[in-house]
Design a protein around this ligand. Structure first.
Ligand SMILES: Nc1ncnc2c1ncn2[C@@H]1O[C@H](COP(=O)(O)OP(=O)(O)OP(=O)(O)O)[C@@H](O)[C@H]1O
Ligand SMILES: [Mg+2]
Length: 249
């Protein structure tokens, strides 16, 4: 296991009177892919969104690279420095249809990092190269397959040179060989760039292949946090067993 990048402790989050995150302790290390599985509605996306700063927990602490970025219900001043090191990729590709790949990739970084057009374009070429899409700089999203679009979405997240990549069901709309290609991209990024990657998925074969750490989320709590081998082959947690049996084909 590499250096700890993210350490979240005691995260609590309610929507109305429903408690969605119940005292969650969660960590991620550089160079690790952490796969999060669990029933629909168990709070997986809420956890990723809390770490990404898209939603604020009610209680708990989040530290990034040893700096506290969230405590006592709010983001600290350090969050502003750290925010750009967190990239998030969603299930739907969220690319603008009226812009080519270059435009999609450079829009936000040009504003946020104040890059010139040519600096942003250079960075886009490098990021696309990392996901094997360098030849698609001028393609429109509609000209790309689902797997290609998802690789562009990953490359777009790489534009900010993140240390952490949060991926929420990014292969759900892809068939297995294409999902495997996307997984190869993530594996290469963690190995070559040393990124910490968190991956939510409902695909257990994909989870078993991808994970360095396997987290099973159950009713807002981390019920199991171990290696994928242990989780899928030796865990005695009854909720995990039931969940895995229910989704096994
Ligand atoms: N902004 C919100 N307002 C109210 N309720 C919400 C909000 N976001 C999430 N929830 C609720 O919190 C619960 C957990 O949602 P979450 O999206 O984290 O689940 P999940 O584990 O990602 O599920 P899935 O596998 O279906 O994506 C759900 O019951 C959801 O309806
Ligand atoms: Mg979700």
């Amino acid at each position: 296991m590499g250096d700890v990048l993210v350490a979240a402790t005691g995260l609590q989050k309610s929507f109305g009177d429903r408690v969605i995150l119940k005292n969650v302790d969660f960590g991620m290390a550089l160079g690790d892919i952490t796969v999060i599985i669990g029933k629909s509605g168990s709070g997986k996306s809420t956890l990723l969104r809390a770490i990404a700063g898209l939603t604020d927990p009610d209680e708990g602490t989040i530290a990034f690279d040893g700096r506290v970025v969230f405590e006592e219900g709010e983001r600290t001043d350090d969050w502003a420095d750290v925010e750009s090191h967190v990239g998030m990729v969603f299930q739907s590709y969220t690319l603008w249809p009226h812009m080519d790949v270059l435009g999609n990739m450079t829009l936000a970084p040009r504003k946020r990092l104040k890059l010139s057009a040519s600096e942003a374009a250079d960075r886009a070429e490098v990021a696309l190269g990392e996901v094997g899409m360098a030849h698609h700089l001028r393609s429109r999203p509609s000209q790309l397959s689902g797997g290609e679009r998802q690789r562009v979405a990953i490359a777009r997240a790489l534009m900010m040179q993140p240390k952490l990549l949060l991926c929420d069901e990014i292969t759900s709309a892809l068939d297995p060989p294409v999902a495997a290609e996307v997984l190869d991209v993530l594996r290469r990024l963690k190995a070559e760039e040393g990124l910490a990657v968190a991956l939510v998925t409902h695909d257990m074969a994909f989870a078993a292949k991808a994970a360095d750490r396997l987290v099973f989320f159950h009713e807002g709590e981390i019920a199991v946090n171990t290696t994928p081998d242990e989780a899928f082959n030796r865990s005695t947690n009854p909720d995990l067993k039931k969940f895995v049996d229910a989704v096994r084909f």
